[in-house]
Design a protein around this ligand. Sequence first.
Ligand SMILES: NC(=O)c1ccc[n+]([C@@H]2O[C@H](COP(=O)([O-])OP(=O)(O)OC[C@H]3O[C@@H](n4cnc5c(N)ncnc54)[C@H](OP(=O)(O)O)[C@@H]3O)[C@@H](O)[C@H]2O)c1
Length: 287
Amino acid sequence: MPITRRLFALLTILGMLSWAHLAPVIAAESAAMPTVLITGANRGIGIEFARQYAERGWIVIASCRNPDSAKDLQALQRNHENLQLVQIDLVDSAGIDQFAQSLNGKPIDVLINNAALLGDLKTQLFGQIDYEQFTQILAVNAIGTMKLSESLTPNIRLGTQKKIITLGSSAGSIASINGNPDLYAYRASKAALHLLMRNLSFELADDGIVVGIINPGLVDTRGFAEMLAGTKPIPPEFQQIVNLLKAGVIQLSTPEAAVTDMIALIDELAPEQSGVFLNADGTPLPW
Ligand SMILES: NC(=O)c1ccc[n+]([C@@H]2O[C@H](COP(=O)([O-])OP(=O)(O)OC[C@H]3O[C@@H](n4cnc5c(N)ncnc54)[C@H](OP(=O)(O)O)[C@@H]3O)[C@@H](O)[C@H]2O)c1
């Protein structure tokens, strides 16, 4: 509990103040809470970011493509008046411009570029590549994320924390590909995204803006735990990942644990970590 509230609580217990005195203090504190904007906040890692930041009392601008059908996010909003639901589609450049204008100079402390398109795995294998899907994956993951970051930079400049955080992926690490040539489109989109964010880190260094590029690791947003437990069938495209999990070659984390780690990292992210590709535990990863 912040010190002002603790003091008011003590004075209230001592009978020197009523809780009516406390309401303006809580309102003033809420106004002073940082603002985070999260993309793709309707499911997976995104909704967990929204939940954890909302629980902390931050002002959460939770964006998704279709707020009307985002039932889980709507439920979260009902329990958190500090969470606002907005519509952002990363492939809608005009819509992004409109959204940025509608903010009317509102500061954003932390932008979390979480949204991404993984796409169908089969049509990202050599010999079966669907180039329309390839284009769409690049448009969302690399170009759309760049566009949103550029459009919201004036608001980040006005924030206190000044952080642009992007969820990258070890799948986009060129140095890490060894004998597993799959995911042509998704890997290319994440490699491009890493490059764009590193560029941006130099662009915005003089503004004091820290650009974080974080690999969340394998997070269970696809039901891998149930596949491992045998309670869910394993789709052929996930068989290899499940084999690696069974062999203990890769580790699986829950959205809750992964987001807790990433928020701790984001809280402490220093200027010298700007434009560095990091694991959720803060260790640097090769490009
Ligand atoms: N999960 C992992 O193991 C893992 C590993 C490495 C990196 N990552 C990265 O972590 C982030 C979150 O992963 P996740 O597993 O939570 O992903 P997810 O479950 O597939 O969710 C992706 C989110 O992105 C949104 N999205 C897709 N296209 C969009 C568009 N055009 N405009 C706006 N939003 C769009 C989706 O919205 P709809 O619901 O409308 O489709 C959804 O909210 C991604 O950047 C991913 O690449 C994840």
